[in-house]
Design a protein around this ligand. Sequence first.
Ligand code: ADE
Ligand code: ZN
Length: 326
Amino acid sequence: QSMLDFVQKLPKAELHVHLEGTLEPEHIFSLAQRNGIELEYKTPDEVIAAYDFHDLPSFLSIYYAAMDVLRTEEDFYELALHYFQRAAAQNVVYVEPFFDPQAHTSRGVAFETVINGIHRAQQEAAASLGVESNLILCFLRDMSAESAAEHLEMAIPHIDKLIGVGLDSDEKDNPPAKFAEVFAKARELGLKLTMHCDVNQKDILEHIEECLDLIKVDRIDHGINALEDDALCTEIARRGLGLTVCPVSNRFVVQNLTGDEIRKMLSKGMKATINSDDPAYFRAYMNENFMALVEDADFSKDEITTLTRNAFEVSWMSDSKKSAYL
Ligand code: ADE
Ligand code: ZN
């Protein structure tokens, strides 16, 4: 059995994927046409050729610009459904996707339009593709804490459509502490908490410490730099906190597939998981992320099995569902 066969057949869970980061170039074109939007590119290949990411800001500016084609509930439904179809094709059976409502409300798209479209796709994916999912609302950390609080208010009528909240976008000078109050309120509402601690960001160890001591997160997105501090590693392992690592994304954003770092996490008993982050932009879904680790860092079937098991274990699915995978 080839490694690709093995990776393909393994039932997988994905815990770090931005739905807006699954917007494929072909879909940008069909949505632009339907919504009467003029694009500066003539073909999907031209769009891909313009993907030039070397750090987080250079990625984010392209990511936010492309979202302009997403306008109607149907657009968000299609976006999410197309992702779930790709997930199903790779035997990803469970997903906790992120979405960025502020990136849409700031353009005049209603919160309801976004969440209702995504929710309908989740129901369709569960019923006809066998892909179960629980949605995570991400706040944009380069916007104000007040804006985050307003969006948490907007989410209250839809609270049953959410499992948790996250924090993404530009991390520089936007520490977890900025959002302590909003996250405390989210916890009171019964939501799980996670935050990006993106690789090699300014003040990253302080950000990870704030996540643990102040916010008391239930998971950490990326979190690679914790390896620089033994006490942080010990605490993350002791709490059984999941770390959602995104190898191909890291290769683009910090020029490092992070294979050695993932191995170190496993050896320290930290629950690392493998994820795609923004697969349409980094041109790699789950299988391609695992295969990059196989081809460039010689990951074994045992290591891949452990990483996949970790993902089910640190997921926020109900314990009764979880037991079917562990
Ligand atoms: N939003 C979408 N993808 C992101 C990433 N990799 N880091 C921070 N914010 C994001
Ligand atoms: Zn991310």
